[in-house]
Design a protein around this ligand. Structure first.
Ligand code: AMP
Ligand code: MG
Length: 267
């Protein structure tokens, strides 16, 4: 499943050709939820080992258009995982102290410590995404960032952080429905921002920006995955599977038993 969703390094992302509503061969929604429960159980165990080992970390970067499900992915996939082993950071408009430094400063400062799974709700990809679309810096400035980003992620990888990047791929129509629901449902009003309309108007510009950013930065060490996200349950299963596969491959080990403790009885 994940093989097809990965953007092969050196190949174009081809977002426009990729499905948004796939069931990923998982069957019905109820089958998806059953699968999710199994994966969550595995994730819980693997994360506990990662924490016990405390030598390496995982960084899951979530990007996507407004309402693509970044927040709900975090809420649902990590349900049941020990909160102490997870580190969540959202990146909004940079504050004064952040704007006073290079764009990677705030990102690097908040990478997960060893033993943790870090989750970025938005990331340095905003600095080649919204920043490009809104022309917040000139093209020569954002263009050279692909190089920085590739090498920054290589540094993280070399030093023990596995970097996973996910584009939550929703259709234009699905976004319309979700934004409309934020307007119609009083309990969801707080999620709606007038800028969301503006960003929706610029949909093609964002798609083009991410087409290029994903193509430029899907590397052997930090590949991108384009996850069909119109169906929340299929999205959640795909991301849980990605984490489980990655952690299984990392195979974190609890430290060995301490021989000095053998036979000791607490008085
Ligand atoms: P939300 O994810 O709904 O909390 O919104 C966060 C907002 O901050 C989005 O509109 C992002 O595009 C914006 N944002 C995040 N990073 C940057 C950045 N580096 N420059 C400008 N805007 C950003
Ligand atoms: Mg928002």
């Amino acid at each position: 499943m994940l093989d097809e969703l990965q953007v092969r390094p050196g190949e174009p992302a081809r977002l426009a050709e990729r499905e948004t509503k796939s069931r990923l061969g998982l069957g019905e929604k109820s089958d998806g939820y059953a699968r999710l429960a199994e994966l969550q159980e595995q994730l819980r165990e693997l994360q506990a080992h990662l924490f016990g080992e405390s030598r390496r970390s995982v960084l899951l970067i979530l990007q996507g258009m407004d309402s693509s499900g970044k927040d709900s992915t975090i809420r649902r996939v990590f349900e049941g995982v020990n909160p102490q082993g997870v580190w969540v950071r959202g990146f909004g408009r940079p504050e004064e102290a952040e704007l006073a430094r290079d764009y990677l400063w705030r990102v690097h400062r908040d990478v997960p410590r060893r033993g943790k799974i870090g989750i970025f709700n938005r990331s340095h990809y905003e600095d080649v995404g919204v920043v490009r679309v809104k022309e917040l810096v000139p093209p020569e400035v954002w263009q050279r960032r692909y190089h920085h980003i590739r090498e920054f992620e290589r540094l993280l990888t070399d030093e023990g952080t596995r970097v996973l990047k996910v584009w939550l791929h929703i259709s234009h129509e699905e976004q319309r429905a979700r934004l409309q629901r934020r307007i119609d449902d009083p309990e969801r009003n707080w999620k709606f921002e007038p800028e969301d309309i503006e960003a929706r108007r610029d949909w093609p510009l964002y798609q083009a920006a991410y087409e290029e950013a994903i193509t430029e930065t899907s590397t052997d060490w930090a590949p991108w995955y384009v996850i069909p996200a119109d169906r929340r349950w299929a999205r959640d299963v795909a991301i849980a599977q990605l984490l489980v596969d990655t952690l299984t491959e990392m195979d974190p080990q609890l430290p060995p038993a301490d021989p000095r403790l053998q036979g000791i009885t607490i008085p």
